[in-house]
Structure formats: C-alpha cells, structure tokens
Design a protein around this ligand. Sequence first.
Ligand code: SF4
Length: 333
Amino acid sequence: MKHVQNSSPRPDLVWLATNSCSAHIISFANSCRPGLREVLQREFNFIYESFIMAAEGEAAARLWYSPAVERGGFILVVEGTVPTAFGGRTAFLGQLNGRNITALEMVERLGARAAHVVAAGTCASFGGPFAASPNPTASRPLSKILKRPVIKVPGCPTNPGWLLETLELIRRGKDLQLDAMGRPRHIYGTTIHSLCQRLPLYEAGCFAKQPGDPGCMYLLGCKGPATRADCPERRWIEERSGWPVGVNTPCIGCTAPEFPDGMAPFFHHATDVYTPAGRINLKSAGSGAARFTAAAMAAHLFGQVISGRIKPLRFMAKCNLALPGIRRRRKKK
Ligand code: SF4
C-alpha cells in the first residue's frame, strides 16, 4: 500500500455521503482514541464532509472543484451506495451554478482523482440496506461504479476503530493487507464466532432460549459463525459499551457481503435448514445468499461435531433436535 501522494502529515480527505443514513460519520465522530478533535486537527485535513464542515450550499459544492481536489492525491471516503437508475438522478449531493450534481457524477469525478478510495460501511462496500431488494434506484456499491481498487470497511455502521485504523495505515504508508474482497485482513480475517465470549457455551451446547439468556445465541438466529469482523474483541465506544452479543442480542451479520437480504430473518434460527439431525429445509431460506449463509453456518456446526468439539447427542438433546428414538429411550428411564 503506497503512501498518499501528499507531503503533508495531514493528508487531504474528502468524505462523501451518498445513499446513506449518515451512520458512518456519526460512528466516526464517536471515536474515542483518538477523538474527533484530534483526528481533525492532527491527522487528516477534511476538505469536504457535509456533517461537520461549516460551509453549506454552493460554497460547499465548490470545494469539489477546489485546487486540492484538482491536484488529486487525496483520500476519498464514501459512505452509502451510488444510485444508477435514471442517470443517478435519485440522489443529489448539491447544486452548483443552478445545476444539480448527482452522487454518481461526484463519485466518478472524485474517484478518478483520489489516491485511495475507502468504502465506509456495508452499503458502500457491498450494497447493504440501500441496495436491498427490490432496489428501485439500482443502487450499487463503490466497486461497481469505479474501475479501481476500493478498500472496504463494512459494518452497519462501521466501527470507528476499523475506519480510523485503516485510514491511519494509509496515512502512514504502512502495509495494509487486504483479503480477496478488499477488506483489511487484520479486522475481517476471522469470524465473529471464533472470537466470541460465548463460544465456550456454544461448544458446551448451552444455548439461549430468548434474548437476555446467558447462553450462546446460535438458536436465536446469531449469524456470528458466518460473519467476519473483530467485534467481540474491539467492541464499541472505547471498549466499554460492548457489542451485540455482549449486550444480549444476536449478531445479525451486518459486515457480511450478503447483508441484509441474505441474513434475514435476523432473529430466526437459520440452521433449521441443516442440523446435526440431518434435517434440510431450504424452502423458507429465501435467496441464494441466505442459503449460502445457512449452509456456511451449518457446515461450521457440522465441522465442530466432526472434530469432536461438540458432542452430537449432547448438542441435539440441548437443542431439542434429538431423533425420536433417542427421545423415546430417555422417556423410558
Ligand atoms: S453463535 Fe453467536 S453467540 Fe454463539 S458463540 Fe457464535 S457468535 Fe457467539
């Protein structure tokens, strides 16, 4: 990964919010170490970010044509998808000299000049909720718009630590190892499940029956086994506030490329389609992505059983999945 073509210790940064709920800049602004003030004063020179900058209207839009942008070499961060239907005229970012400027036009313009393009969040990375079915605006992730590498930092929203760490590595010209999908490996290299504090409960077959129970949330629909991120270790808001499973709600797979369509329904046990008892029912699994997710989770569980980490009979008994014969034997006792 090359250093940004900017000799300043505070490289220029342009942040565009396209089809987005603004969750990522809000998340970013809640960064604690370093805090937003330090990021703005010492680390990056924000040329444009509509939430935190003072300029508005045409004065703000003119920044897209400023010398710093024309020079190139800045870091472009985009949150949100880019709508392409109707020539992109379903998402306007601003107006200049009476002309409406679409997200599509500005992403293409800035994307061609930037030294690095970073997709902040799952929408910009993979499509996410703003490209969910039926997607009437034909919204696309950045990599489907720009013919250049995009560094993806998915999450709904993305953790401020993930984004800051990625930007920091770019700023310092450090080696940023990306996986095949363009995500930083050190963040998305492993599944949430494998880092989860409740993994021992999963392995012991202790499962929560309702949110709030202390057991593993696998049977409540937890998508941790099919989702890659370091949430259980990094957590949120200065590592105090925890993360979904830590605060008693299942992981819904928000960093995954299939999110949200392929991860729904969020709070139902997807592996009803594939259990150690061998039951397969894909009818209700929905899209191909959902089937993939269910299969990935089932394969994981199957592997755990095969490797002996989970005792099949114990697991099935705990999950009430035991074969009728086993149940009968138990009743006779
Ligand atoms: S299934 Fe969910 S709650 Fe259970 S161990 Fe895995 S990530 Fe944690």
